[in-house]
Design a protein. Structure first.
Length: 539
């Protein structure tokens, strides 16, 4: 076969083998070149204790061997590029080793994010990351008349990138607790430890609450200055915390960011700290017992026993009682008691004055406890409802009268029996009578030393009726000032009993009048005798 025939046969074989490629148009001529891929890591530094991404950048610095500049992309673009990264001898793990990039041109470098996990105990140092690039490309185009031809090649590029596991400060936040109770302020305390291999200076820890139920007093977040932390060193950090009322007692989270200066004087950050804490349950109290013998129109005692249900001892507790009815009055609605440990009780007695306008009923009352917490702040309990029973108004005394008849123009002793109708003893009972004309009294006061409930005693008043008093019944009013069992002075209501006046007997003068007339006769007889004797002497 001649050389010309052989060349024609090769051309046909190549066109069949590689086929037509990029459309170049007729009479384009030949183009030849190849991509030149390389890989690098712009930031090849890792830190122990991190799960991060290592950026690999793939670049194409292609070589055009012949052809026009406007045809470079036809032979210099790498197609179906895959990246495989391995680090068998390094102290970190590659989470995903193979990545598909597609095409990489000269004008458009591509990046790969390699997920890397670095254990906390990773030894600092330089390590090799093996990267393999696989791709294909069109090596050559040519045309003859209207027929176009192309030739494809595949390549594998292996490169080694040096990755450094640096000596750095790293931090852990542990032992996070709080003494803040639900509905109150408190302190959040934790331990910040440098678990890295480098000293950290000018260290600051900023915490942020992730729940609206708990927040820092300064706002959602708070920062505290820690200073210098050598590798392995720890310091206690504290923050002022407030827990909102009605917040559920459970685990709450805080996120932390440490900012510090490294050994090179660079300001760095560790933003991946987190911890949890649980608030202290809300201080609570309960009403163990609430009793009283309250009565309308009287002042009596209402006794309450409260219990500290915990979880903490309360200091300087003050128990406040409020009646819903405005016609019930308290001399001292707030009563202080001694400090109460969890489970301890205190009994408080209130003097309650019930207006006589209050009917027999069950009245609602509310109890609150104010106290000093562990921080020295005054706090208040939730309202505690209770009930008070009020009896109907009842007279302290019942009064009856004996020998209540007086003859006109005479004086008689009227006997009054005083009965203690109450349920409590009374003493120093001062009785006073009030009479209107035609009745009068020269002895209108009496004293009863003591009366037990249900006990009676009779007193008397001297009652006079005028001569002109008509025969009928008149009122004798009496009241009593007395001491209660509690030592209070009270005044009873006014009691009225009847005193009957009878007329003097017909034709008979009253004894006092007869006596007066007899005396007057004696005086007249004596005067006449004296006149006659004097006349005889001067004759």
């Amino acid at each position: 076969m001649s050389r010309l025939a052989a060349l024609l046969a090769l051309t046909v074989v190549l066109s069949i083998a590689v086929g037509p490629g990029l459309a170049l148009g007729a009479d384009t001529g030949s183009i030849r070149g190849e991509p030149d891929l390389s890989v690098s890591a712009p930031a090849p530094t890792l830190a122990p204790g991190q799960a991060t991404e290592l950026t690999l950048q793939v670049r194409n610095d292609g070589d055009l061997q012949w052809g026009g500049p406007d045809q470079r992309a036809a032979v210099l673009t790498a197609r179906d590029v895959t990246v495989e990264a391995t680090a068998d001898d390094a102290p970190f793990d590659i989470e995903s080793e193979v990545f598909a990039l597609g095409s990489v041109s000269e004008e458009r470098p591509r990046e790969v994010q390699v997920a890397v996990t670095v254990p906390e105990d990773a030894e600092p140092g330089a390590y090799d990351l093996e990267v393999e690039l696989d791709y294909s490309h069109v090596a050559q185009y040519w045309s003859s008349n209207t027929t176009q031809y192309s030739q494809d090649h595949s390549h594998t590029v292996e490169e080694t990138i040096e990755v450094t596991v640096e000596e750095t400060a790293r931090f852990e936040l542990t032992n996070v607790t709080t003494d803040a109770q639900v509905g109150a302020d408190g302190t959040l305390t934790g331990t910040l430890t440098n678990v890295g291999s480098e000293q950290a200076t000018d260290t600051r820890l900023a915490l942020e609450s992730t729940s609206p139920g708990a927040s820092f007093v300064s706002g959602t977040g708070a920062e505290t200055y820690v200073g210098t932390l050598d590798p392995g060193a720890s310091k206690t950090v504290t923050y002022d915390l407030t827990v909102n009322p009605e917040t559920t007692v459970r685990e709450y989270a805080v996120d932390g960011t440490v900012r510090y200066t490294d050994s090179d004087g660079l300001v760095r950050a560790d933003p991946d700290l987190s911890a949890g804490f649980s608030p202290v349950p809300e201080q609570s109290f309960s009403v163990v017992n609430a009793t009283g013998d309250l009565q309308a129109g009287d002042e009596r005692s209402y006794v309450v026993e409260i219990r500290n249900d915990g979880p903490r001892t309360v200091r300087e507790p003050v128990v406040k009682l409020d009646f819903e009815n405005p016609n019930v009055y308290l001399d001292s609605p707030q009563q202080a008691v001694e400090a109460l440990k969890p489970g301890e009780t205190a009994t408080v007695s209130y003097a309650v004055d019930v207006s006589d306008s209050v009917s027999e009923s069950h009245q609602g009352v509310t109890l609150n406890v104010a106290y000093t917490d562990v921080r020295g702040d005054r706090q208040g309990s939730d309202p505690m409802p209770a009930t008070a029973t009020i009896a109907a108004e009842r007279d302290q005394f019942e009064v009856t009268v004996q020998n209540a008849t007086v003859e006109a123009g005479s004086t008689e002793t009227v006997e009054v029996t005083v009965h203690n109708a109450g349920d409590r003893p009374v003493s120093e009972i001062e009785a006073k009578a009030y009479l209107d004309p035609p009745l009068d009294s020269t002895d209108d006061e009496a004293m009863i030393p003591h009366l037990e409930p249900g006990e009676s005693e009779t007193i008397s008043y001297a009652v006079s009726a005028a001569d002109s008093a008509p025969a009928k019944t008149f009122g004798l009013a009496t009241d009593f000032q007395y001491l209660t069992q509690d030592g209070d002075t009270e005044l009873s209501r006014t009691h009225v009993v009847g005193v009957t006046v009878t007329a003097a007997p017909d034709g008979n003068l009253p004894d006092w009048l007869l006596g007066g007339l007899a005396g007057l006769g004696v005086i007249l007889v004596g005067a006449v005798w004296q006149r006659n004797w004097l006349a005889a002497q001067f004759r």
